[in-house]
Design a protein around this ligand. Structure first.
Ligand code: NAP
Ligand code: MG
Length: 523
């Protein structure tokens, strides 16, 4: 593929080879549909009495795979396996851990198309979004490896204290915590499982990963990459089952030393409170929802703004934590921007996300589909739906969860949906008289994940200074609020969007997986 580097910002004009390889992989994946997959506990396949199916949200008559309904016992077995693997893994020189993790990343690259085909079928991602999710995973793992190397394993010689008659040395060493739990969401099953798993492992922790019930297949294929890289048994475990039973048992297990949860605010805050019931405080990295605004100044480039807003509102059917769900536009440009956004939205192709020409696939599951109906009813009642507002049920849409991309206007500012993360292809637009008014509204939510701006360079600096969010973009047509990539836009949220204040894929992330130990030695 020559010098093409796939990121979310470059995916709009991919080389032809990307398409042919995706299509080959898709055929291969379709040949495996309906297979049964075990959990992986202590290096062995583990099977449960009860099973569940992963369905294709484009066609719910298609079963993608059969997975294990793991129980609390499976959760505890996986934690025990990780615990017994920890002493030896944590004592493995970091250089060796880095080598093994780089090998896992290479295997993911080799299987990029195969895993992406599964992700496209399982999540309903269009092919470029699916490739992006999977390609980001080795990028995140390599980033963690690079950080470990640049910091030479985080061993730092400190000052010598002014002792008279003694020779002493002081070292600061970052060391792993122990068993690390990674709970991931359905929308980026590869990157948001593999990224934290990679960081935890490079740091020397052992891992138990639990995917969302909607996406066990992608994560199983990813877990196989870690196993096939030659990580010792028990260092990485993969278990499946419901959040409320298996997930809860993991969070309640006192042998878990730290966790990374990515998912909704409500579930994340529940986990935070439960995890705090232990005997002492354990590191809790929470990456939660968003209600991400875009602000358009009267000086904005209308085309860039409209493109960026549409891509961020409707990419992955609005089911990104970074999706643009609110747009505040200064009055002089309001009509122009809104008209162009509506026009671009009505040109988006909806359908089977594995098809090359399709931009919007189905939403994830029946709950999301029902939420769409509820929210659009509310918006029709409270304001004006400019386009969309309907589910699609005819012809090719008959067995899938397809929702038309929807733009709502004139919704009173006290309406609950201005503050509620809908996580669907719905965005709301609002006319403002000044940028100050726009900023006050933009910041008036409990979330603070991403935000976007269109205007002059000077205004953009004002925007960066005043917005309350972890990842911010100005004048970006590739996405108003979406499209982060490790090493370029480290990703994380403020306020109710994230707990650590440090972004994944940035310079302060890997350290979250280690605690500092000071070693003073008098010779
Ligand atoms: P979710 O419903 O909160 O579920 C996330 C994970 O938590 C799933 O694996 C789920 O398992 C598990 N879980 C549920 N209840 C649990 C419990 N009591 N104990 C332990 N685990 C439990 O989120 P989702 O619908 O999959 O994903 C969408 C949400 O994720 C959105 O809010 C989105 O904004 C957020 N998100 C945030 C980021 C970020 O970086 N900040 C990135 C992506 C997504 P089950 O599936 O089995 O219930
Ligand atoms: Mg499914």
């Amino acid at each position: 593929m020559g010098t093409f580097q796939l990121t979310y910002a470059t995916m709009f004009d991919p080389p032809e080879e990307l398409h042919t390889r995706f299509e080959e992989a898709l055929k291969k994946a379709q040949g495996t549909l309906g297979s049964e997959y075990g959990m992986i506990i202590n290096g062995e396949e583990a099977f449960a009495k009860h099973k569940f199916k992963s369905y294709n949200p484009s066609n719910t008559e298609e079963v993608l795979g059969i997975f294990q309904t793991g129980t609390a016992k499976d959760a505890n077995d996986a934690v025990a396996a990780a615990k017994s693997a920890f002493p030896s893994w944590s004592r493995t020189p970091w250089q060796e851990r880095v080598l093994l993790l780089r090998k896992a990343a290479d295997i993911m690259d080799e299987r990029l198309f195969d895993i992406a085909a599964a992700t496209s079928l399982e999540v309903g991602k269009n092919r470029m979004e699916a490739l992006g999710d999977v390609a980001e995973t080795p990028a995140l793992i390599r980033w963690a490896c690079d950080e470990m190397e640049e910091n030479q394993g985080f061993v730092v010689q400190m000052g010598k204290d002014p002792l008279v008659g003694y020779n002493g040395t002081n070292h600061s060493v970052l060391r792993p915590y122990g068993v690390w739990l990674v709970i991931s969401p359905f929308n980026f099953p590869a990157a948001l499982t593999g990224g934290p798993v990679g960081a935890a492992l490079v740091a020397g922790n052992t891992v138990v990963m639990k995917p969302a019930t909607d996406t066990p297949w992608t994560v199983r294929l990813l877990a196989e990459c870690f196993v096939d890289a030659g990580l010792p048994e028990g260092v990485v475990n993969y278990i499946t089952g419901s959040g409320s039973v298996l997930g809860q048992a993991l969070v309640d297990n006192s042998a878990v030393d730290g966790l990374t949860f990515t998912g909704s605010y409500d579930v994340g805050m529940g986990i935070f409170r439960n995890f705090a019931q232990g005997n002492y405080i354990r590191p809790t990295i929470l990456e939660m929802g968003g209600k991400n605004p875009a602000i358009v100044s009267r000086h904005a480039d209308v085309e860039r703004a409209a493109l960026g807003i549409v891509r961020s509102a409707f990419g992955l059917q609005g089911q990104k934590c970074s999706a643009c769900s609110r747009v505040y536009i200064e009055e002089p440009l309001y009509d122009q921007v809104v008209n162009r956004v509506v026009e671009l939205t009505s040109e988006l192709r909806i359908g089977n996300p594995t098809d090359r020409s399709v931009y919007l696939g189905p939403v994830a599951n029946s709950w999301a589909y029902r939420d769409f109906l509820t929210f659009t009813d509310e918006l029709k009642e409270a304001g004006t739906v400019l386009t969309g507002g309907e589910v699609l049920t005819e012809g090719e849409f008959i067995n899938g969860y397809f929702c038309a991309p929807t733009i709502a206007a004139d919704v009173p500012l006290n309406h609950r949906l201005w503050k509620h993360e809908m996580f669907l292809p719905i965005t709301m637009v609002h006319k403002v008289q000044s940028l100050e008014d726009a900023m006050a509204l933009a910041n008036d939510v409990d979330y603070g994940l991403t935000s976007g701006f269109y205007g002059t360079k000077e205004e953009a600096q004002w925007f960066f200074d005043n917005t309350q969010a972890g990842v911010n973009y100005a004048n970006r047509p590739q996405g108003a609020t979406t499209g982060a990539w490790p090493g370029y836009q480290p990703f994380g949220g403020w306020k109710g969007s994230g707990s650590s204040g440090k972004n994944a894929g940035g310079h302060y992330y890997l350290q979250l997986y280690m605690h500092e130990q000071i070693q003073t030695l008098i010779e």
